[in-house]
Design a protein. Structure first.
Length: 475
């Protein structure tokens, strides 16, 4: 009901277009952490295995590389759909502004092709290359993944703080300066916040698989190593991510004050602003529910209670998020921060046990929390994007173009039909992805249970669970 009301004055195409974009983006972003961070996690395990001559570590790296390839293939589908949607659903934005910020999508496309080639070489290398050469050829993979994130974040940060152009008399951008369009004020904070979030999320997701195995009684070297390396990476970066999150929130306070007001449901500009944990903003400016902490919002924004925080009423109603949109952004922001805080506590628990007793925590509750941490991290990533996109409303290009100006002229009925088809396709795609992962898990588990001791000729560097297999191989 609220969604219908807030879109009442917008073109009929806006609701189905935004719904489709939100669905495909929310689906695609589930895969992004593994796409960005799994290459590095795999290479860390691979390097550990070579350095320690540990066949178990090499086996894990080899299997993770197979998961990486499958994930990349699925990401190709979901990422391609998103690319087409920019042009099909938002022709107004792409037609006017594409020359300014489109370089980001170009960088992402080049990174995608480079990553595809590098993954193919890495998979091929398990069977054909000497171990050291194979490892060295895999080293560019994480950089290709980071380059793809660079392109996407450059485009999105430009939408939040557009720079690098001037407007002519008709309102069209001219005199484009590519470097300024890429390196906008929000690019640095947004890029590093996103990248570290991907490493934290992927680390917890991968470790969560082995935490579940631990809870089911599998306490061998395979599960211990599979848990320790990705979880340690995530635990080390979790406090870093918390600091980066605080930094980017402060950048939003300075560069996008109205978005910050939506994130914190601040109605009127003033000092000594309270912080609300959750709560609901009403159109008349009142807030119901939630927990009110006096003065904390001003203190967090400027380290002092006298800090003036801009409110939503500082701009006209047509230039700010609605009360419903502000509430959505606020809840998403609070959930993200809440999950991040809990992950910091989990990381501190892990660190304390290593520092004090030189071992992992033995409590089942620790591994229960670790098993949930991956899912919680994905939820936090989703909430981060909701905060970014909903908090920017009604602008698709901040203070330069509204969403209603950019949306396609295609009939809303056609868009709803298209949306339904996309949902059906995505259910099939993600169902296939899950089925493949489960089949791989079953095959690997059966191999571990029945394989017995391996001969030197069947080391992980010369045999794989995919493609042509050596004679007598059980994997």
């Amino acid at each position: 009901m609220h969604t219908v009301l807030l879109l009442a004055d917008a073109p009929a195409q806006t609701l189905p277009a935004r719904s489709m974009m939100a669905f495909t983006l929310a689906s695609h972003i589930i895969l992004v952490p593994l796409g960005v961070a799994l290459p590095l996690i795999t290479l860390i395990m691979h390097g550990y295995g070579l350095r320690r001559s540990d066949p178990t570590a090499l086996l894990l790296a080899r299997r993770w590389s197979a998961v990486m390839a499958v994930q990349f293939a699925i990401g190709v589908v979901t990422g391609t759909v998103l690319s087409f949607e920019f042009g099909l659903l938002w022709p107004g934005m792409m037609g006017r502004w594409g020359d300014v910020f489109g370089i980001g999508f170009g960088v992402e496309a080049w990174a995608f092709f480079l990553e595809a080639v590098l993954i193919a070489i890495y998979l091929y290398g398990w069977r054909r290359l000497p171990s050291r050469t194979h490892f060295l050829l895999g080293l560019p993979l994480p950089f290709a993944a980071l380059l793809g994130a660079f392109g996407i974040l450059a485009a999105n940060s430009w939408m939040n703080t557009p720079r690098g152009f001037t407007l002519d008399s008709t309102g069209n951008p001219v005199d484009v300066k590519i470097w300024k369009a890429i390196f906008t004020p929000m690019f640095g904070p947004q890029y590093w916040h996103f990248v570290v979030a991907m490493f934290v999320t992927a680390g917890y997701v991968v470790a969560g698989v082995y935490a579940v195995g631990r809870l089911r009684g599998r306490r061998n070297h395979y599960h211990r190593l599979g848990f320790t390396i990705p979880f340690t990476l995530a635990a080390v970066l979790t406090p870093v991510q918390f600091v980066l999150g605080d930094s980017i929130a402060r950048q939003v306070f300075h560069k996008q004050p109205v978005k910050f007001a939506a994130m914190e449901i601040v109605w009127k500009t003033d000092t000594h602003q309270p912080e609300y944990l959750f709560g609901r903003l009403h159109p008349n400016g009142t807030i119901s529910g939630g927990i009110k902490i006096p003065q904390l919002d001003s203190i967090l924004a400027g380290f002092h209670a006298d800090t003036k925080v801009t409110g939503l009423t500082s701009v006209s109603a047509s230039d700010r998020p609605t009360a419903t949109q502000a509430t959505i952004a606020h809840w998403a922001f609070d959930i993200m921060v809440g999950i991040g805080s809990l992950l910091v506590l989990l990381a501190l628990w892990y660190a304390a046990m290593w520092l004090l007793r030189r071992r992992m925590p033995a409590s089942p509750w620790f591994f229960r929390c670790a098993a949930v941490a991956g899912v919680a991290s994905v939820v936090a990533v989703e909430c981060g994007w909701i905060t970014t996109e909903v908090g920017r409303q009604p602008w698709i290009v901040y203070q330069n173009m509204r969403v209603a100006e950019a949306v396609t002229a295609t009939r809303s009925t056609s868009l709803w039909i298209m949306f339904g088809l996309v949902v059906v396709v995505y259910v099939f795609v993600f169902g296939s992805f899950l089925a493949v992962l489960l089949k791989m898990r079953t095959r690997w588990r059966l191999a571990d249970e029945t394989g017995g001791p391996r001969t030197p000729e069947e080391t992980p560097e010369t045999d794989t669970p995919y493609g042509p297999r050596s004679a007598g191989s059980r994997l």
